[in-house]
Design a protein around this ligand. Structure first.
Ligand SMILES: O=C(O)CCC(=O)C(=O)O
Ligand SMILES: [Fe+2]
Length: 365
């Protein structure tokens, strides 16, 4: 879900003992978690094994190889245009950094509730351990998940005092290291995206990482416990990511993520060692609609827990959410989204999430 700042409109309560007990033993599901209609009404799940139903796979090593780069860049571009999602292999993230974040996050979620609640959400705040954002006024339902949300970059945005766990002891170091690795990988990917889009690297990378306020990286760590009544609960409801670029690490091989395409849900089969990358709303706007920010959801597994680490990157064009000027060629090309100030964007997004709307739709021209 990502964006949102503190806001009364959007629920994000502390996890209680009752919820924790329920997650540990899902024999009888209370009404607040039962969402069978939602799961079914949202569209059919594609069950086929054929290749056409698979998310595209992009190979970072090929993107960086001068001989293979052009072909792989085209593949990357088509994945971003048609699916808004792909699995990234040979991404070059240091193996040890990857293992350490996986272990640390898995250990955090295995702690007793009391320990996890030492970094619980506070008041109407955005960061910390707790439930997902729920649909505020429009729904009192809860997701079958627990989540730890933190700001990771810039480093000054980190709230070590209240929200960065010290248990397990490896956690802080692991997240710091992983956040650098992922930012570097995001830079490499965005360079290839710039080549595909025909814009300068300075323009696209500048929007994400150039000097200026309002940019940065945040992380949502999710734990979806198994639920033996699969199909009656929702791990995370259908949504698009409201920031720019998301890189998702699946700590275990448990499936659950589904991506919407042509009105149907395509389950993502985790490839060993791969990261899942997706286009968020801001990248959709930056590219003037060329890249698609696509709906996805998580349906918990009947047997295995699913733990994930989603890292989000914000982007701005001179403090605004707007199509890249290079793509509009000085007004020659039609803008498909109106430009909006960053604060207005954040506020609009929070309100829309609370009302179960998609803010991006209101920016379309
Ligand atoms: O946990 C997952 O597989 C997906 C998480 C997600 O969509 C999000 O954090 O926005
Ligand atoms: Fe998401």
């Amino acid at each position: 879900m990502a964006e949102a700042a503190a806001g009364k409109l959007v629920g994000r309560d502390k996890i209680t003992d009752a919820t924790a007990a329920l997650f540990a033993d899902s024999v009888k599901i209370p009404e607040r978690f039962i969402r069978t209609n939602e799961v079914q009404a949202a569209g059919a799940v594609v069950a086929g094994e054929d290749e056409a139903s698979e998310l595209p796979v992009v190979d970072m090593a090929r993107l960086l190889d001068p001989e293979l780069s052009a072909q792989e860049t085209a593949k990357l571009g088509s994945a971003c245009r048609e699916w808004g999602f792909f699995q990234l292999v040979n991404h070059g993230v240091e193996e040890a950094a990857m293992q350490q974040i996986k272990d640390s996050v898995a250990q955090f979620f295995s702690l007793p509730l009391e320990a996890k609640n030492t970094v619980a959400v506070r008041g109407d705040g955005f960061e910390g351990f707790g439930h997902h954002f729920s649909g505020g006024a429009s729904s009192d339902k809860l997701d079958w998940a627990e989540c730890l949300l933190l700001f990771t970059r810039p480093v000054q945005a980190r709230n070590m005092e209240f929200f960065w766990p010290t248990n397990p002891p490896t956690f802080r170091h692991a997240l710091d290291r992983y956040s650098v690795e992922i930012e570097n990988l995001a830079r490499r990917l965005l360079s290839s995206m710039a080549a595909d889009l025909g814009v300068s690297q300075e323009a696209l990378l500048g929007a994400f990482f150039g000097a200026g306020d309002g940019k940065g990286q945040s992380v949502s760590m999710h734990h979806y416990p198994p639920c033996r009544h699969r199909g009656t609960v929702v791990g995370i409801p259908p949504h698009t990511d409201t920031l720019g670029l998301t890189l998702l690490l699946q700590v275990d091989d448990t499936p659950g993520l589904q991506v919407k395409r042509g009105g149907r849900w395509f389950p993502v089969r985790p490839l060993p060692g791969a990261l899942v990358v997706n286009v968020g709303d801001i990248l959709d706007v930056l590219t003037n609609g060329a890249y698609a920010s696509v709906e996805h959801r998580v349906v918990p597994d009947a047997e295995g827990r699913r733990v994930t680490v989603a890292m989000f990157h914000k982007a701005r064009v001179e403090g605004r959410v707007a199509p890249l000027p290079e793509l509009l060629r000085g007004g020659e090309a039609r803008a498909r989204y109106r430009s909006i100030g960053k604060l207005e964007y954040t506020k609009g997004t929070v309100e829309a999430v609370a009302q179960g709307r998609r803010f991006l739709d209101s920016l379309k021209m």
